[in-house]
Every structure is written in C-alpha cells, then in structure tokens.
Design a protein around this ligand. Sequence first.
Ligand code: GLN
Length: 477
Amino acid sequence: MEISTLTIDGVKDGLRARRFSAVELAGEALRFARAENSKTNAYLTFCEERALSAAAAVDAKLARGEDPGPLGGVPVAVKDVILTRGVRTTCGSRLLENYVPPYDATAVVRLEQAGGVILGKTNCDEFAMGSSNENSAFGPVRNPAAPDRVPGGSSGGSAAVVAQGTAVVSLGSDTGGSIRQPASFCGVVGVTPTYGRVSRYGLTAFASSLDHIGPFGRTVKDSATLLGVIAGRDEMDSTSAAAPVPSYDALLDGNVRGVKIGLPREYFKGLASETGDLIASGIETLKRLGCDIRDISLPSTDYAIACYYIICTAEASSNLARYDGVRYTFRSPNSPTLGAMYRNTRGEGFGAECKRRIMLGTYVLSAGYYDAYYLKAQKVRGLIARDFTNAFTEVDAILAPVSPFPAFKLGEKVNDPMEMYLSDIYTITGDLAGIPCMSVPCGKAAGGLPVGMQILANHFDEARMFRLAAAFEKETN
Ligand code: GLN
C-alpha cells in the first residue's frame, strides 16, 4: 500500500476491495510516520493504542456489513492544541509538557465517530502563537519540501504530516492564518471555516474571538469531507452556529463559469516576484474556466496587522492567565511563597513569544490605555469586516495570495518579531472578519518551494469556495 499518496476515497476503495484492513493500514501508517518523523519533527506524540482500537472498530463494522462512516479507517493527525482524552496535549509549551486532558474536543469526538483513526498529535508554535513553528518548546518542524526551511505556523506539524504523507488528513487551528499559511508553505490544502462553523470546545484558547479549527488535506475533496464531519452546532460552544451543514464533498463538481471573483488591489503590493507570478497564472486559469474577474478594494487592509496584534494579544493575556502552576501545569519547585510560585512557574514555563504577547495584551487592556488601543482596534476590526461585506455585494468570492513569499529559512526571522508579524498581512483579515478562507496549491517557486493561493468567501459560503478550489485543482492537476 502506498500510504503517502492515499486519499480518503483511496482508503475506502482499499478497505472495500480488502487490499488491507483498517488495522493493517493504521499499523503501517504508524510505522511510516515514526520513521519519517526524524526528518520533520512534525509529530510530538503518537497514540498507537487509540489508533489501533479505532481501526479495529472500523474493521468490525465492515465485517458486519455496516458503514464505517465518512472517515472509516482514515489515518488522521491532530494539532497539539486540540484536546485528546488520555493522550498528552502540550500546546507546544513546556508548561503543558505532561498534561493529559480528561476530555476530548468536540471535533475529535466527531472525527472518531466518523471512523477516523487518530495516529498522533502534531507539533505547533507555543499556544498557536507564531508563523513558522519555531516557537514550539519541542523544537521546530522542518518543511518536507525543503528541510532547511520552516513549514509555516502555527499549525506547521499538521501541514507537514499531510505533505509528507504520514497522515491522510489533519486538524489544525487558525487565529490569524495558522492553517492557510502552513498549507501554502507545504503545498497542501488548508481551510479556515466561517467563525462558529466548527465547535471550539476542547480547542485551547489563544484569542477566542478569532480561533477556528479547520482541516488540512492533499485534495480539496478530502478537506471538504473532513470539514463536513467536524462542522455544525455544538451545545458545548455557545458561539458555534446552528446553520445547517451542507455535504460539501458532494457539491464540488460543477461549473464555475460566471462566478464573480474580486482581486483586492491592496493584496497585490509587496509580493515576492515568483509568488506574484504564480498567483497571476492562477488568476489566468480561473479566467480560462470562465470566472468573471474584477478589481476590488478592501481599503482598511493597511490597519489589519496593528488591529490583529492588539486584539489577539489582549485576548491571549486573559486566556493564558489560567496557567498558574496551581492546577494542571508544570509548577516551578522551590518557591517560598504563592506569589513566587506564580512568577517562577510562568517565568520558566512560557517561551519568549508568549511572554511578549502577555505583556502587550495586558498593556492594551489596562486602565488608561484600553480606549486608545483595545477599543480602537475593535472599531478597526469593524471596518475590516465591513470592507468584506461591501465586497461581497459585488463579487461571489475573493482571490488573494496567502503569504507574501514562499517558506523562509529556519532562523531567518526568529530575531525580528515585527518582520514575522508582517508576514501575516494577507491571512489575518479573514479571521478578523470571521469569513471562510482557504489555501489551495498553485505551483512551485525556485527550489521546489510550494506556493498557495487564497480563496475567501462570504459567511457560511464554504461550498462555493470549495467548488472554485476543486475546479482550479482539476484544471491545474
Ligand atoms: N501568525 C499569527 C500569530 O502569530 C497567527 C497564528 C494563528 O493563526 N494561530 O498570531
């Protein structure tokens, strides 16, 4: 069996034709994933027992002639900020190095109910803060396409395992681009659904008003199938939406002729030339398919970085207050007083990026500064969202780059946080507006570095976004 190129349909066919059993597939996938992991450091934890027992349940269903579910037997990986009962969940942090959650995230429950086989947990930036995976306490992930380069972040591990073929699909999280940017850097499909589409129950909170769980896949169809499984209202997350979930994967075929696509002019300044050329050829492909391409403007884009890094740090400073050494985290030993214990635990436990964000976030929320920074940023967020609302009165979807450049070298930006933040310019706006957006591979730059193209759609219009991506994927093979 050729694990590294399997799709969900490939797994289904193989099981049906008895070329392999789900247990054989899981065993082989685990062996392969362990062997490949020395090259990428993409998995932090394997959960062999859980994988094999999920696979055995799939085999038993098949033997009884029952439907094992839309993900029956499919090897899946889960980003390590998403809770898995009984399986260590570190969030890429020293503080949670030995944390074993007592419950599963809703997305994990749904994935397993659908027959998915979780192989392990993937490396990421600490508490999902970063754009390169270099903020993980457990070492960076290497890009499978170029081992001296970053895979992107913060869901670098989840993108890398799918690119490398050590999982068929995976779950990541996106607060400001953490699914789309690594998908673009690693050459896979990555989807940030509408805010509220997927329950955040069991997703470790970074910035709650911006956090999303979403899928990675090697194909648009696999990503659509996985989103269909995890989406929908959940009583455990009051921000999850009651909107019905269409069968995304059944809606992929079809004409995209006449679909109106906007190119926001603010998104085409400052692109590396190869990235610009690849996106331009992507636009030509969509024209050839009959899409109606128009120029649009999203005038508040220039304020997006400042707005995002105020709101996300404010929310993070509050969300991270719970890691105090009292309950489930690492606790610094030899602290004579409670105050010293808090200080030492947090001082030793958090990495530099988390500390930077806690300080910035605390500052922008503090008395006297709240109005000038946090409140102002909330107003700007409203303007950014309104730009999109206006745009979607004219166009059906928006096309843009994901990142200004392809994967950069390990170490290249670690000492310049501002430079790192600026690289998020094209992805954070979608999260601020809460609209669905995705990265679909659109070619390779020099050195075989993958480049993704971003498609953005209106709230809850994932189906249209997927259809465009599927047509594009088919045309570009
Ligand atoms: N790179 C962005 C940040 O560092 C986005 C991270 C994310 O989406 N989780 O905040």
